[in-house]
Design a binder for this molecule. Structure first.
Ligand SMILES: NC(=O)c1ccc[n+]([C@@H]2O[C@H](COP(=O)([O-])OP(=O)(O)OC[C@H]3O[C@@H](n4cnc5c(N)ncnc54)[C@H](OP(=O)(O)O)[C@@H]3O)[C@@H](O)[C@H]2O)c1
Length: 323
């Protein structure tokens, strides 16, 4: 495993981390969840990503249960939660968003479900138009000072909103956001590479990026249709299908097919190649992987070897597909 600093902080996260979205508390049961966390840990992964909204809290409960069962040493791993969407199907106004109340309640609930005394990373899962940024920054600062959160950050905030949070923090001597959690993959690059470009140097922010395989599209598994038991075959998350395949103008499926062919030409599997491509960006602190089976996770970990060994001429060809 390779370890990278979370932006300019002293926290060293594994360059590949593991997340629970739609899998824990949804697609996979306890036995598989336990095997996945064990395999991740055995291969040096030290960051496990979660959110109050994943399975309405069920993903956090399952992850907390499994980590406790595996007896992972608390000082050896990092765990996150995210606040915004709420942990119930129909949240009341105080059960969602980024008000001081919900940020505080959601932190306490995540600590209970994950069975930990503190969250290593705590993200604002989306910006909240109904809460002043100042209120959220004060709430996060309070949780850090209480020892319940170590590093706080944002997920899919605009660069303007992130700047505003830093301004409030600087003016009031509060703890500022350390990291963003944006989507980043070969087919979705603009925010991480262009919009956030000033944030890395100016504020020392790190990026912990999600969906490196575009929900599996970049593995080539959807090249000839939707296989049974795959994420896009799951009717409970049918809304995702349109986003992953996209509209014809975006040519997402065609580009995935081109990318898959290229991986074949290099003699590597497409999934770890796509993940290694994310790792080549020096602003990426950690690429958050998702998997429903241990063999997927093990294949994805080959990204680290590909990163070391693939020739520059090959990366040039990948860049053409990604542009
Ligand atoms: N902050 C946010 O808003 C946000 C949003 C989304 C995700 N995230 C975080 O990022 C994590 C990763 O996102 P993601 O799950 O979308 O990542 P992803 O890598 O784009 O997709 C993972 C899915 O692709 C399939 N897959 C993975 N490896 C494969 C392989 N080698 N061969 C074939 N299929 C493979 C599996 O689905 P199937 O087996 O079901 O097909 C797996 O669950 C999440 O768990 C979550 O922690 C954050």
């Amino acid at each position: 495993m390779q370890y990278r600093r979370l932006g300019s902080s002293g926290l060293q996260l594994s360059a590949l981390s593991f997340g629970a979205w739609v899998t824990f508390g949804g697609q996979v049961g306890r036995t598989t969840a336990r095997e996945l966390i064990a395999a991740a840990w055995d291969n040096g992964i030290n960051f496990f990503d979660n959110a109050e909204g994943y399975g309405h809290g069920a993903a956090e409960s399952l992850m907390g249960d499994v980590i406790a069962d595996l007896r992972l040493p608390r000082d050896g791993y990092c765990v996150s939660s995210k606040v915004f969407f709420g942990a119930t199907e129909e949240p009341r106004p105080t059960q969602r968003g980024l008000s001081r109340k919900h940020v505080t309640d959601a932190c306490h609930a995540a600590l209970r479900r994950l069975r930990v005394d503190y969250l290593d990373l705590y993200y604002c899962h989306r910006p909240d138009p109904d809460t002043p940024v100042e209120e959220t920054v004060w709430a996060m600062d309070a949780l850090v000072r209480q020892g319940k959160v170590l590093y706080w950050g944002t997920s899919e905030w605009s660069v303007g909103q992130i700047r505003e949070a830093h301004k409030v923090a600087r003016q009031n001597h509060l703890v500022a956001p350390t990291m963003e959690q944006p989507q980043y993959n070969l087919l979705h690059r603009e925010r991480v590479e262009l919009e956030y470009a000033p944030l890395y140097a100016e504020y020392g922010m790190g990026a912990t990026v999600w969906s490196p395989l575009a929900s599996g599209l970049l593995t080539g598994k959807y090249n000839d249709g939707i296989p049974e038991h795959s994420r896009l075959a799951d009717p409970s998350i049918g809304w995702l299908r349109g986003m992953v395949i996209g509209d014809p103008e975006q040519r997402r499926l065609e580009r995935a097919r081109e990318f898959t062919a290229l991986a074949g030409e290099f003699g590597v599997a497409p999934a770890p190649l796509a993940i290694a491509w994310c790792l080549r960006n020096p602003h990426v602190s950690s690429v958050i992987l998702g998997a429903t089976r241990v063999d997927q996770l093990l294949q994805n970990l080959q990204a680290l070897d590909i990163l070391e060994t693939l020739e520059e001429a090959c990366w040039h060809k990948v860049r053409v597909v990604a542009s």
